[in-house]
Design a binder for this molecule. Structure first.
Ligand code: OSB
Ligand code: MG
Length: 375
């Protein structure tokens, strides 16, 4: 398959409210939206990067650079025979997984449309509906947090995740359990703690949490294995798992009992599928994480979460939990039972709202494949 043209754009799509984690605040989606053209068909992808390198090392600017100067030239130089082939072509580029994934997602969408199959069916998905939850940022105070949770439970969300940090961990969890003894509840620390804090964290072990996500270093596996031994609650790794190799190391070392799979964090859907298959073979439950994506990236996550090993609810909420208006014409809505339907049409299922997309675009670059005109 020859890619004839590719368009990348930086967007800014404000969130309903700023999203605060243990280490940073995001006011809106500052990702890169990718549009690729081949033989009259168009594929859409999103690299969900932020303005600052606080989740991982990537930013909007680094992803733009890697895509423009390295990934797109590779795309134009080759006749790409499959998503796996694309993955092999991109593999000499170290790290920069979200930049890679943005293009890989667009290729999968295009590939699905050409094959006339949903990404879910191409990956071996088995679910037509997926269970989802909501991830709630750090709030001003506990009252505000409980009010937020109440609102989401009223809407039908069945699983709540809260962000925690030192000084805002045991107290909010205790308050939630007092108000809602039985809801599915989990916490995410985004790498803020050290092994020395473990004793304080140990209190979290008594609240029947589904899991504790990424308590220690963003690049650590070993110390998590020491911590997991002290906890009955499963630890779950997010930031630390950037490839299948990392997933294998983490599981073999006992660093976690659950893995959060974000296709963007591992370079795309092909690698995500390999991690899923490995975890399924080891009885490690996985769930689909999120990066506050627009409807374009969200559609990719929904397709991935249809695979059989995704047995825990994902951080995939309906579009209206994030944005007043999204850049797609067909946003997801939440079913009354806390699920979302998996689109069955070819590709990711997302339909871009190009007019609105234009209005939130900060910078745009259209590159044409000169090779096809000289061939
Ligand atoms: O660590 O899971 C995370 C958002 C941005 C960056 C990292 C994370 C998150 C979330 C939100 O928790 C998940 C979502 O609703 O998309
Ligand atoms: Mg996380």
């Amino acid at each position: 398959m020859i890619i004839e043209k590719i368009e990348i754009r930086k967007i800014f799509l404000p969130y309903l409210k700023p999203f605060e984690t243990s280490g940073w605040v995001e006011k809106g989606n500052s990702g890169i939206i990718v549009k690729i053209y081949s033989d009259g068909v168009i594929g859409w992808g999103e690299a969900p990067v932020g303005l600052e390198p606080f989740y991982n090392e990537e930013t909007t600017e680094t992803a733009w650079h890697i895509q423009k100067d390295f990934l797109i030239p590779i795309l134009f130089k080759n006749n790409i025979s499959s998503p796996e082939h694309l993955n092999n072509l991109f593999s000499p580029i170290r790290a920069n997984k979200i930049a890679r994934a943005g293009i890989e997602f667009a290729f999968w969408d295009l590939w699905g449309k050409m094959m006339n199959k949903s990404i879910s069916s191409l990956l071996g998905g088995t679910r037509k509906i997926i269970e989802v939850g909501v991830s709630i940022g750090i709030q001003k105070n506990i009252n505000e947090l409980i009010k937020n949770i109440e609102g989401y439970l009223d809407k039908g969300y069945k699983r709540i995740k809260i962000k925690i940090k030192p000084g805002y961990d045991v107290v909010p969890v205790k308050a939630i359990r007092l108000a809602y003894p039985d809801i599915l509840l989990q916490v995410d620390a985004n790498s803020i703690y050290t092994l020395n804090d473990a004793l304080q964290l140990k209190e979290l072990d008594d609240f029947n949490l589904l899991l504790i996500e990424q308590p220690l270093g963003h690049d650590d596996i070993y110390e998590h294995s020491l911590l997991q031994k002290k906890f009955k609650t499963p630890l779950c790794l997010d930031e630390s798992i950037v490839s299948l190799k990392h997933a294998e190391a983490a599981v073999e070392l006992g660093a976690c009992r659950v893995i959060n799979i974000k296709a963007c964090r591992v370079g795309g859907l092909s690698e995500a599928k390999k991690i899923h298959d490995f975890c399924l073979s080891k009885d490690i439950p996985v769930w689909c994480g999120g990066m506050l994506e627009t409807g374009i990236g969200r559609a990719i996550n929904v397709q991935l979460a249809s695979l059989p090993g995704f047995t825990l609810p994902g951080d995939i909420s309906a579009n209206d939990r994030y944005f007043k208006k999204d850049i797609v014409l067909n946003p997801f809505s939440l079913n009354a039972d806390g699920t979302i339907d998996v689109p069955q049409k070819p590709g990711s299922g997302a339909e871009a709202d190009e007019e609105y997309l234009d209005s939130v675009t900060q910078d745009k670059l259209l590159l044409e494949n000169k090779k096809i005109f000289t061939a």
